[in-house]
Design a protein around this ligand. Structure first.
Ligand SMILES: Nc1nc2c(ncn2[C@@H]2O[C@H](COP(=O)(O)OP(=O)(O)O)[C@@H](O)[C@H]2O)c(=O)[nH]1
Ligand SMILES: [Mg+2]
Ligand SMILES: [Zn+2]
Length: 280
């Protein structure tokens, strides 16, 4: 029996590398995902077994994700609330986040400075331009199974095409309103970048629903890596860092050690989670 990686799924066919395979009779097809490591018989082209996973994401459907490359760009107007939600999602699911700033050909200094000041202490930042073909900085960040995430039209598909120097993903189609429906159902496939390194283009993370975070609002603070050093200075262990008087996080915000962007995202996620629980 051989071991391999599912890089693409097409109806009932699973591609283990280049080899199209079907699932063995008692294996549910709905239980095999792109990113799964499997045991397969290359003679009968049958997947016999799915090996244990490190994680499994449902939207987009992908297994064993190790790194998420969160893409932002000057256009469309950056949604840093989405960036903060994606970073949080990575923290919760033990995925390493990386920030990719695309379209540096039109990037203004103000935005670049804001991104550096807000995020450089939290995660690696790489600056690229799919249009100019300056994308090599991404390659060093792709280790294991990785996926792009971010708003529609920031250039994720363009980056894939620039990285592989051929048209592998459709560019621009998502910005048309009529194609909105397509983006969430689109299939995910892993592009091989050499060795054990793979990169997926995804559209499913473009609006991360707070419900998918799977945490209670009171647990949130410890998933904000930039809050953690100050949690010990809160008066109460159960501090929400919002209305309390003696709060390490609010003090750090006041003296500029925590950015307003990050704090505002925290409050917004906190309130959203709280309200969701109320209507349940
Ligand atoms: N100026 C500029 N435009 C880009 C760059 N990369 C992508 N675009 C444009 O951004 C639009 C959306 O690109 P696309 O790859 O479809 O974005 P996606 O929705 O994130 O996959 C297209 O019109 C691209 O031509 C870049 O580096 N610079
Ligand atoms: Mg795309
Ligand atoms: Zn506090």
């Amino acid at each position: 029996m051989k071991k391999g990686l599912v890089v693409k799924k097409n109806a009932n066919l699973f591609f283990v590398g280049d080899l199209p395979c079907v699932a063995r009779g008692n294996l549910k097809e709905s239980g095999i995902f792109v990113g799964d490591r499997v045991e397969y018989d290359n003679r009968t082209q049958t997947i016999e077994k799915v090996l244990p996973r490190r994680n499994l994401l449902i939207r987009p459907p992908i297994a064993n994700l190790e790194r998420m490359l969160i893409v932002v760009a000057p256009t469309p107007k950056p949604d840093f609330y989405l960036v903060d939600k994606l970073i949080l999602f990575c923290q919760i699911n033990d995925i390493k986040p990386i920030l990719v700033v695309n379209k540096t050909d039109i990037l203004k200094k103000d935005l670049k400075d804001f991104i550096q000041n807000t995020y450089s202490h939290l995660l690696p930042i790489v600056c690229v331009s799919a249009q100019e073909g300056e994308v090599n900085a991404i390659k060093t960040e792709v280790k294991g199974i990785c996926a792009f995430a971010g708003q529609s039209a920031v250039g994720k598909s363009s980056l894939i095409n620039a990285l592989f120097d051929e048209e592998r993903e459709k560019v621009g189609q998502l910005s048309r309103k009529t194609d909105r429906g397509k983006q969430t159902t689109r299939l995910v496939s892993l592009h091989h970048l050499g060795g054990k390194n793979y990169l997926a283009d995804t559209a499913g993370f473009s609006k991360l629903d707070e419900r998918l975070l799977g945490v209670q609002e009171r647990e949130l603070g410890r998933f904000f890596a930039d809050f953690v050093p100050y949690l010990g200075e809160c008066e109460y262990n159960s501090c929400c860092h919002i209305a309390e008087k003696k709060c390490g996080v609010k003090q750090a915000l006041k003296v500029g050690k925590i950015s307003e962007q990050r704090y505002n995202s925290y409050v917004k996620i906190f309130q959203t989670l709280k309200n969701m629980r109320r209507v349940k």
